[in-house]
Each structure stands twice: as structure tokens, then as C-alpha cells.
Design a protein. Structure first.
Length: 144
């Protein structure tokens, strides 16, 4: 658990650089929406990690706050996928299947955040991983 928590700051930096790179290339309102979603996601997940550090021993109140923030994090990931998928599709940067993956993942993450259905959250998160990895490769190819 300590190693996973220690990697948080590096992952926030990498995620912010990813979103800033997409915003720089796309230069659109949708890309700005995606970038804002990434900043919100980083803030929410920072609080989740801080609560994990603070829960020693876990208390019901802190655990409930942790779970609420973790669920709301799905909303922010949905905003990232929606904004950068729309921006990338409109600019011709990403393919239709990639945008569809982003839209579907966003829908699942938003549904998870509002209804707290764990399986939808897991499926949405797996789609997020494929979506962001593919988007990252696309951005690297554009820049090189």
C-alpha cells in the first residue's frame, strides 16, 4: 500500500502533462474541458490518497468520505474522456473507435459515480486505461 501511495504524485504529474499536451495540440474548447477534468481528477484523488494515509486505524467517517471521493472521481475521469475524445475526434487526431471507447468509458464512469455500481466502475476504468494509453501513443506520434 505504501508503494502505491508513494506513486500518486508521479502519476498526477504524468496525467497533467498528458492532458496539457493534448490541450496544446488540439487547442479547442473540448480539449479545455478534458484538461479541467484532469485537474479535478487529480485534486479528488489527492484527497483519496490523503485519506488512505490518515486512516490509521480506519474510522467510519473517514472511510465514508474516502468512498464518496473515490466514486466522484469517476465523474472527473468521464469529463476527461468526453472532452479529449470530442476534441480529438473533431481535430482528426483520434479514430472513431478510439472516441467511441472514450465515450463509452465516460458513460460507464459517470454511471458508476452516480449509482455506485462497482462492476460498471471497473469496466469504465479498464476502458480508461486502454483509452489513455492509446491517446498517449497518438500524442507521442504527433510530436515526433
Amino acid at each position: 500500500m505504501a508503494v502505491a501511495l508513494a506513486l500518486g504524485p508521479a502519476s498526477f504529474l504524468a496525467a497533467t502533462l498528458f492532458a496539457a499536451g493534448a490541450l496544446n495540440i488540439l487547442r479547442s474548447g473540448w480539449a479545455l474541458v478534458g484538461f479541467a477534468g484532469m485537474l479535478l481528477q487529480n485534486g479528488a484523488f489527492t484527497a483519496v490518497i490523503a485519506l488512505r494515509h490518515a486512516m490509521n486505524p480506519p474510522t467510519e467517517g473517514l472511510w465514508n468520505l474516502h468512498e464518496a471521493l473515490f466514486s466522484l472521481n469517476g465523474t472527473f475521469l468521464a469529463i476527461v474522456m468526453l472532452g479529449l475524445s470530442m476534441g480529438g475526434l473533431q481535430a482528426g487526431l483520434i479514430r472513431r473507435w478510439h472516441a467511441t471507447l472514450g465515450f463509452t468509458g465516460a458513460m460507464l464512469m459517470f454511471t458508476f459515480a452516480t449509482l455506485s455500481i462497482g462492476l460498471l466502475g471497473l469496466l469504465g476504468w479498464l476502458m480508461w486505461v486502454v483509452w489513455i494509453a492509446t491517446y498517449g501513443v497518438t500524442l507521442i506520434r504527433v510530436r515526433s
